[in-house]
Design a protein around this ligand. Sequence first.
Ligand SMILES: [Zn+2]
Length: 302
Amino acid sequence: MSIPKNQMEFERMFSTEEQCLAYLKELRFPNGYFCRKCQHKEYWQNNRGIMICKNCKDELSITAGTIFHRSKLPLVTIFRALWWMIAQKNGVSAVGLQRVLGLGSYRTAWTWLHKFRRLMIFPGRDKLTGRVEVDETLVGGKRAGKRGRGAEGKSLVVIAVEILEKGTGRARIALIPDASKKSLVKFINDNIEVGSSLITDGWKGYNGISKKGYLHLIDDKTKIADGEEILPNVHRIASLLKRWLLGTHQNYIGEQYLSYYLDEYTFRHNRRKSKSRGLLFQRLVEQGVIHKPVEYKLIKSM
Ligand SMILES: [Zn+2]
């Protein structure tokens, strides 16, 4: 299966609905079509992307049961939107997407960006390992504050990042209800391999983490040289994340949607060194093929 290497190739590969459908079909049936009712391998296909089993006449739409199903937008436009979203280093707002693709409706652009965000967490991904910094921070809202104490309108987010010999590796970012031991331990268990070294500040919510199989190192002011910052790597991600929420999205994000934006940010962070836009595109379309449909109503009613 070929992967678009640049804009020209992308446009050549996905200039018609038929080409887009063929691409989805290939991702959906990597070992070739077989009928879900009778396992027969031969089929007819009509021009609306319906596959009809030659034996039992069962009909299956290529997009049925995927995130691409029953969209008002042509696949050509959806593919362009996704391709464009991946290419923008700092992401894209619904207004920006609407303008670039000349979409008639803001709602359509907004809905598709939300759908794309839901494809950005790959199931079965590996947990972080090695030396990992962990800290919480508040995002959104207007007032400054620490750990949810007197910080109205803000949401508490926990960040973990791998420390490499040079620079940082992968990150995980999640919304948490509070900075309690229960919430922090759950995040750590879900996202970091047992046996890793965890570097945190002296917050009591991290007490006892060594009993869960982690090597716990506490970074605090008394242990580092004057002028050095504690947990510098995780704090750098926190400030970039806040700038991103403020810049690309002007902080206009309801808390009900925040975790999806965090997924997008994590996706961008973890693939910041990736050279292949085409491969990212393919991975996301692949995710879309196995992701159940998401209706506008569901997103809006969150
Ligand atoms: Zn059949």
